[in-house]
Design a protein around this ligand. Structure first.
Ligand code: NAP
Length: 243
C-alpha cells in the first residue's frame, strides 16, 4: 500500500514513522517554506503542487492508494485543495487533526473567530502582548497600540518594525515560557488554537501568571471527509481500504 502524506507537522512526522514501520510506502509532502525543517522518514517531496489542478496531476502521475492530510489545523488552503483534488482524482482521503486545547477552571480565555477579531479584542485585555501566531497574520496586530513581542519559527518578510521579534522553534517548556513572559512583562497572550503538547507550555505560563489568553479559532473541517486524531486511527482506516 502506498500513501501520499501531506505534512509539515509533528503528527505527520510521527505518522510517517508509524506507517513505514507497518509496511506502508509513504511519500511525505512538505510546503518547503520552513528553513531547516525536520524531515520525516521515507520519501519526501517538497514545494506546492500548484493548486488543486497541480495536486490532481501529481496524483495521476504518482498513483497512491490513499491520501492523508496531516497538515496543521490552520493550513486551510492546503486542506481545501486536498479535498477537491481527492474528489477529482478518485483518491480516498483521511484528515489527521490533533484536538484543540481545553480551558481549565481558572483560565481567562477569549475565543476569537479570526485574526482580525483577535487584534480588535487585544486593547481591551492588556498593554503588553505576546503573539505566538506564526508570521502569517502578524500584520493585523501592527496597529493595536500595544507593546508587542512576536515569536515565529522563520523570519517574517519584510521584518516587522512595530514589534520585538524572536525566532524560536518548539517544543517550549513552562519554565522557559514563564521566564520569557515575565522578562517582557507580558500581560496578554495571543495564540491560535493549534492544540498539541509542543507549544502548550505558554498556556500553563499564562495560567500561572493569571493573564488573559486570546485563542484564535480553527477554520472548520470540511464536511463529509473522515477525520482521525491518532496514528492508530489512521492505520485502522487504511486497514479497511481495498488494495
Ligand atoms: P496553507 O495556507 O493551507 O497552504 C498554502 C499553500 O502552500 C498550498 O496551497 C500549497 O501550495 C502549499 N502547501 C501547504 N502545505 C503543503 C504540503 N504539506 N505539501 C505541499 N504543499 C503545501 O498552508 P500554511 O498554513 O502556509 O502551511 C504551510 C505548511 O506549514 C503546511 O505543511 C502546514 O502543515 C505547516 N504548518 C502550518 C502552520 C500554520 O499555523 N498555518 C503551523 C505549523 C506548520 P499549492 O497550492 O501550490 O499546492
Amino acid at each position: 500500500m502506498k500513501v501520499l502524506l501531506l505534512g509539515g507537522t509533528g503528527e505527520a512526522r510521527s505518522l510517517a514513522q508509524v506507517l513505514t514501520s507497518a509496511g506502508v510506502e509513504v511519500v511525505s509532502s512538505l510546503a518547503g517554506r520552513t528553513t531547516d525543517a525536520r524531515l520525516p522518514v521515507g520519501e519526501v517531496r517538497s514545494g506546492g503542487f500548484g493548486g488543486v489542478d497541480g495536486l490532481v496531476a501529481w496524483l495521476r502521475a504518482h498513483p497512491v492508494d490513499a491520501m492523508i492530510d496531516a497538515t496543521h489545523p490552520f493550513a486551510a488552503t492546503m486542506t481545501a485543495h486536498s479535498v477537491a483534488a481527492a474528489g477529482q482524482a478518485g483518491v480516498p482521503l483521511l484528515i489527521l487533526r490533533r484536538p484543540g486545547w481545553t480551558a481549565q477552571a481558572a483560565d481567562r480565555w477569549h475565543r476569537a473567530d479570526t485574526i482580525d477579531a483577535a487584534a480588535a479584542l487585544l486593547p481591551t485585555l492588556g498593554s503588553r502582548a505576546f503573539l505566538t501566531i506564526g508570521r502569517q497574520g502578524l500584520q493585523a496586530f501592527a496597529t493595536t497600540g500595544l507593546w508587542t513581542l512576536a515569536r515565529c519559527v522563520d523570519p517574517p518578510e519584510p521584518p516587522p518594525t512595530w514589534c520585538t521579534l524572536i525566532l524560536a522553534r518548539g517544543p517550549f517548556d513552562v519554565a522557559g515560557e514563564l521566564d520569557l513572559m515575565r522578562q517582557h512583562r507580558i500581560d496578554v497572550l495571543v495564540t491560535k488554537d493549534s492544540g498539541g503538547d509542543m507549544t502548550a507550555a505558554k498556556l500553563e505560563a499564562a495560567r500561572r501568571m493569571d493573564i488573559p489568553v486570546v485563542l484564535i479559532e480553527r477554520p472548520p473541517l470540511p464536511a463529509d471527509i473522515p477525520t482521525a486524531h491518532t496514528s492508530a486511527e489512521v492505520l485502522a482506516w487504511l486497514g479497511d481500504r481495498p488494495r
